[in-house]
Design a protein around this ligand. Structure first.
Ligand SMILES: Nc1nc2c(ncn2[C@@H]2O[C@H](COP(=O)(O)OP(=O)(O)OP(=O)(O)O)[C@@H](O)[C@H]2O)c(=O)[nH]1
Ligand SMILES: [Mg+2]
Length: 300
């Protein structure tokens, strides 16, 4: 049933890798539900964020950065990003103000010409770019004629995010409350836990290794006496040599990944956690459909 005057709507957040899509999602819903790193291709799946107001609900879809796929996982990620722009109230195309309008941004803009929903350009990272750079980007975007509106924000500091929200409110239509009002994401806790572990590998390991890591939660179990949760997780990597690097000298790296991830997971779950990490080598898993399915990269 739709209550009279209640409004709701979906908004997709798309753009190149590393432009701040997941940071924006977290800022919009006021909670860290998507992992963020300074590495490109951090997000691999669609992440739903929910913002519920007194008489409205906004649902945001964070997506993997759009780039040319190099393997099956990459193809999946692109499909997720492309499908998310269908049937939303508006599409938010994020542009990184510190990078300007790049070739890849133009390619995405070209593809968006066939999308029926209004498209908003959101120039992000205003805190890190000069006024002149912002103005140049704005003019370039205006010339394309593609955008219903062009806004400038800093997803990190929150600057002008309120203004973005009031613009988005204008795109809501009368509709149902899709999610319970206390729900900020539809991701199960175990998925967020796996992501938190993956975030640490992206932050702590160098170059390409973390891009070849997948994390699966094997089991989460509360101790009968309460107050402590055991979490068993497996890190899948592509090569024996990578396994050695992830473990590190004397097990130091794996310990660090575990300690940092544990703190985040404890904060998320609100209980003390005993985190056990295992590493398995699955050669070329990013091209193996069964492994992709097992790690939740399916049904784009
Ligand atoms: N200075 C500044 N940095 C930002 C801002 N928004 C995001 N960042 C940084 O940009 C980097 C990438 O942020 P993410 O939110 O992970 O970017 P993303 O677009 O989700 O990246 P992918 O998931 O890889 O596509 C991180 O280091 C963020 O801290 C911003 O408004 N200002
Ligand atoms: Mg992301």
């Amino acid at each position: 049933m739709i209550a009279a005057g209640y409004k709701s709507g979906f908004f997709s957040i798309i753009g190149c890798p590393n432009v701040g899509k997941s940071t924006l999602l977290n800022t919009l819903v006021g909670q860290k539900i998507a992992i963020v790193t300074d590495r490109a291709q951090t997000t691999r799946n669609r992440i739903t964020g929910v913002l519920t107001g007194k008489d409205y609900q906004m649902i945001f879809l964070d997506t993997p950065g759009m780039t040319r796929p190099k393997n099956k996982l990459g193809e999946y990620m692109q499909k997720v990003a492309e499908n998310a722009s269908n049937d939303t109230e508006a599409v938010l195309l994020l542009i990184d103000a510190t990078q300007g309008v790049r070739e890849r941004d133009r390619e995405i803009m070209e593809r968006l010409k066939t999308v029926r929903s209004p498209i908003l350009a959101v120039i992000n990272k205003s805190d890190a770019a000069s006024a002149l750079a912002m103005q140049t980007i704005r003019e370039t975007l205006e010339q394309s004629g593609l955008f219903a509106q062009i806004l400038s924000i800093s997803a990190k500091t929150g600057e002008r995010v309120d203004e973005l929200l009031s613009v988005l409110k204008g795109y809501l239509t009368e509709g149902p409350q899709y999610f319970p009002e206390d729900m900020v994401t539809d991701q199960p806790e175990r998925v967020i836990c796996a992501e938190m572990i993956r975030e640490k590998t992206l932050q702590l390991l160098r170059e390409e290794i973390p891009h070849g890591i997948g994390v699966g939660i094997d089991k989460m179990e509360m101790r009968p006496e309460g107050g402590l949760m055991d979490v068993w997780a497996t890190l899948y990597c592509e090569r024996e040599s990578h396994k050695g690097i992830i473990i590190g000298r004397g097990g130091k790296m794996l310990k660090r990944i575990g300690t940092e991830a544990r703190k985040d997971i404890e904060w998320l779950l609100g209980v003390r956690v005993n985190l056990q990490l295992w590493i398995k080598v699955k050669e070329d898993w990013r091209n193996r459909q069964q492994m992709l399915n097992e790690l939740g990269y399916k049904d784009a």
